[in-house]
Design a protein around this ligand. Structure first.
Ligand code: CTP
Ligand code: CA
Length: 228
């Protein structure tokens, strides 16, 4: 282990982390997805595990390695992700980092859709379940429920609205207006975040996703220690 040891501040705790994108089938060979690499979510799972927590990492399809010491539940769709999160409860901490597809095909085809004289098919969409909001209002709600939010405008106002709507204790808001397309947050190595809670917000300097994970894990350990 090359990483320096950290205090076992989360031993005896269970944490659930969602990570990566979801894939929503259109037909057996096509899907709706997004550019999430899973890097931030996996780093948070790793940081929590290093502090002694038992970690259930519910991840959509990613190409990065599963961190040491976490229990991976691999899923594809938002509905599978929600079921896996509910199966993993109870937990002390839940951190929702996955870039869940907001919509899925209303009627995924059982066989490959073919081109034809009728022109392109219309793709009807329906909204996916909100995994964070479901957990934030769950009868087995974890003590600490943390969401992420990527915003370009009104970062703090949007983050506060998401806190309330989703029943979260904290939103880690990504300022995706910082940096050009060449240093996009999705798939990129760094994040510039604001930590938003009901008692206010704090801006963190730009840092690697691993550094965000370490700082967040330390904060969650303190909150769990001091929360009523
Ligand atoms: N989230 C979730 N399930 C969904 C959509 C979002 O669990 N179906 C979680 C994300 O993992 C993230 C938080 O909710 O922690 C905020 O996601 P975001 O996409 O910013 O919020 P939305 O409610 O989807 O709103 P919008 O995309 O319209 O801004
Ligand atoms: Ca969304």
């Amino acid at each position: 282990e090359l990483l320096s040891p950290v205090a076992q501040s989360l031993s005896g705790r269970h944490a659930v982390v969602t990570s990566g994108p979801t894939h929503e089938p259109i037909d057996p060979v096509r899907y709706i997805a997004n550019r999430s690499s899973g890097r931030q979510g996996h780093a948070i799972a790793a940081a929590l595990a290093r502090r002694g927590a038992r970690v259930t990492l519910v991840s959509g399809p990613v190409t990065i390695a599963t961190p040491a010491g976490v229990d991976l539940v691999a899923v594809e769709t938002a509905r599978e992700m929600l079921a896996a999160v509910e199966d993993a409860l109870p937990a002390d901490i839940a951190v929702f980092v996955a870039a869940v597809a907001d919509w899925r095909s209303a009627d995924a085809a059982d066989s490959k859709m073919k081109k034809g004289p009728g022109g392109p098919p219309a793709l009807a969409l329906v909204e996916n379940p909100d995994i964070l909001a479901t957990t934030g209002h769950h009868r087995a709600r974890p003590r600490l429920v943390v969401g992420f939010a990527a915003e370009t405008n009104d970062l703090l106002a949007n983050a506060v609205a998401k806190l309330d709507r989703k029943g979260a204790d904290m939103i880690v808001a990504n300022d995706v207006s910082k940096g050009g397309a060449d240093q996009g947050v999705m798939g990129g190595a760094t994040n510039t975040v604001h930590l938003v809670t009901r008692s206010g917000s704090e801006a963190w300097p730009q840092m690697t996703k691993e550094a965000v994970a370490e700082k967040l894990a330390d904060r969650l350990a303190v909150l769990l220690e001091t929360a009523p």
